[in-house]
Design a protein around this ligand. Structure first.
Ligand code: 3HC
Length: 311
C-alpha cells in the first residue's frame, strides 16, 4: 500500500509543481478516466457542433459570409480530430469513442441541441457559443495533461476568429433595417441562456469540479468562468445597442461583477436527458454520416493494408 501512496503522492506533487503529465507517465486510473470522459465529450461537441451551422451554408447571404462560415465549420472538424487524437493517447480507440457518441452513452455540449432558425443565429452562435467556448478553452491551455493543453493552444487561436466573425455578423445586422435588428435580437434572446449552461452546473452541483481542479484539469470553477463570460458579454452587447434577455442583469459595484438572473436547470437537465429540441435529430445525423461513410473507411483500410503488403 505504501508504494501506491508514494506513486499517487508523487503524481500530485508533479501536478502541484505545474509539471505537464504526458501519455507515457504514470497516472492514477481515475485521472485517466476523467480525461477520457472530458476530452471525448469535448471532441463530440466539436463534431456535433458543425450540424447547427451546416444548416446555413447554402443560405448564407453573400459569398463572403459563406466562406467565413465554411472556414469556421471546417475548423470545428479539425478541433474534433485534435481532441479525438488527444483522447486516444489515453488508451481508448477512435472506434470506441465514436460508438460511445452514436450509442448515446457519451455526452456532447447541450448547446448543440438547439435549432438555428435564422441567419442571425450564425452570429449569435459565433459570438455567444464560441465566446463561451473560448472562456473555457483558454483555461484548458493550462491543463495538467500535455496533449490536451497543447491541442487547446491551436483551438483557441481559431476560436477567436469564430467569435469575431459572429460578432461582426450581428454588428452588421444591428446597423440594418428594423427587421434585421429584430432578427439579431431574437437570436440573442434564444441563445443567451443555453450559452450560459455551457459552463456546466453551479459549483455546488458539479460532481467533478473539485477533483478536476485538484488535478489541474480544470483551472477555474464552472461559476467563475460563467461570471467572466457574463462580464464580457454584458459590455460587448452595448456596441450592438441590443439587450440580453435577463431583467436581473446589472452591474454590482461592490462585487465588481455583473449580477445575473437564475439559470433554468430543469431545462438544462432535460436537454442532458435527451429531451432538448434537436437531440434526436443531431444523433440521427451523426449515425447517418457514420453509416454512409462506412465505404470510405473500408476503402481507406483496404488501401492501407495493400500499401503495407507492398512495403
Ligand atoms: N452539456 C452537456 N453536459 C454537460 C454540460 C453541458 N453544457 N455541462 C456539464 N455537463 C455534464 C458533465 O459532462 C458531467 O456529466 P458526465 O459525468 O456524464 O460527464 C455532468 O454534467 C456534471 O458536470 P461537471 O461540471 O461536474 O462536469 P465537468 O467537470 O466535466 O465540467 C465542463 C463540465 C465545464 C463542460 C467540462 O467538461 C469542460 O470544460 N469540458 C471541455 C470543454 C467542452 O467540452 N466544451 C463544450 C463546448 S465545445 C464547443 O463549444 C466547440 C466550439 O468550437 C463551438
Amino acid at each position: 500500500m505504501s508504494t501506491q501512496v508514494s506513486l499517487e503522492e508523487r503524481f500530485q506533487a508533479r501536478i502541484d509543481a505545474e509539471q505537464k503529465i504526458e501519455p507515457k507517465d504514470w497516472m492514477p486510473e481515475a485521472y485517466r478516466k476523467t480525461l477520457i470522459r472530458q476530452i471525448s465529450q469535448h471532441a463530440h461537441s466539436e463534431v456535433v457542433g458543425m450540424l447547427p451551422e451546416g444548416n446555413w451554408i447554402t443560405r448564407a447571404p453573400s459569398l463572403r459570409r459563406k466562406v467565413a462560415l465554411l472556414a469556421k465549420i471546417q475548423d470545428e472538424a479539425g478541433h474534433g480530430l485534435y481532441l479525438y487524437s488527444a483522447a486516444e493517447t489515453l488508451g481508448i480507440s477512435r472506434e470506441e469513442l465514436y460508438n460511445e457518441l452514436l450509442s448515446g452513452k457519451a455526452k456532447y455540449s447541450s448547446i448543440f441541441n438547439y435549432p438555428t432558425l435564422t441567419w442571425a443565429d450564425m452570429g449569435a452562435v459565433g459570438w455567444l457559443v464560441d465566446g463561451a467556448a473560448i472562456m473555457n478553452q483558454v483555461a484548458l491551455c493550462k491543463c495538467s495533461y500535455g496533449p490536451y493543453a497543447r491541442a487547446m493552444v491551436r483551438v483557441c487561436k481559431e476560436e477567436s476568429f469564430h467569435q469575431r466573425q459572429g460578432f461582426e455578423l450581428l454588428l452588421t445586422l444591428s446597423k440594418g433595417t428594423p427587421e434585421q435588428r429584430a432578427m439579431a435580437q431574437d437570436a440573442i434572446n434564444r441563445w443567451w441562456w443555453p450559452s450560459m449552461m455551457m459552463f456546466g452546473p453551479n459549483d455546488s452541483d458539479s460532481p467533478h469540479s473539485a477533483q478536476s481542479m485538484r488535478w489541474k484539469i480544470k483551472r477555474y470553477s464552472n461559476d467563475t468562468l460563467r461570471q467572466k463570460f457574463v462580464d464580457m458579454i454584458a459590455e460587448q452587447i452595448k456596441v450592438l445597442n441590443m439587450t440580453l434577455p435577463d431583467p436581473d442583469l446589472r452591474w454590482n459595484e461592490e462585487r465588481g461583477h455583473y449580477d445575473f438572473g437564475a439559470i433554468d436547470w430543469t431545462e438544462f437537465n432535460e436537454v442532458l436527458k435527451g429531451n432538448g429540441p434537436c437531440n434526436r435529430e443531431r444523433l440521427a445525423a451523426r449515425r447517418k454520416a457514420w453509416e454512409e461513410g462506412a465505404w470510405v473507411r473500408e476503402a481507406a483500410m483496404a488501401h492501407a493494408a495493400k500499401r503495407q503488403q507492398s512495403v
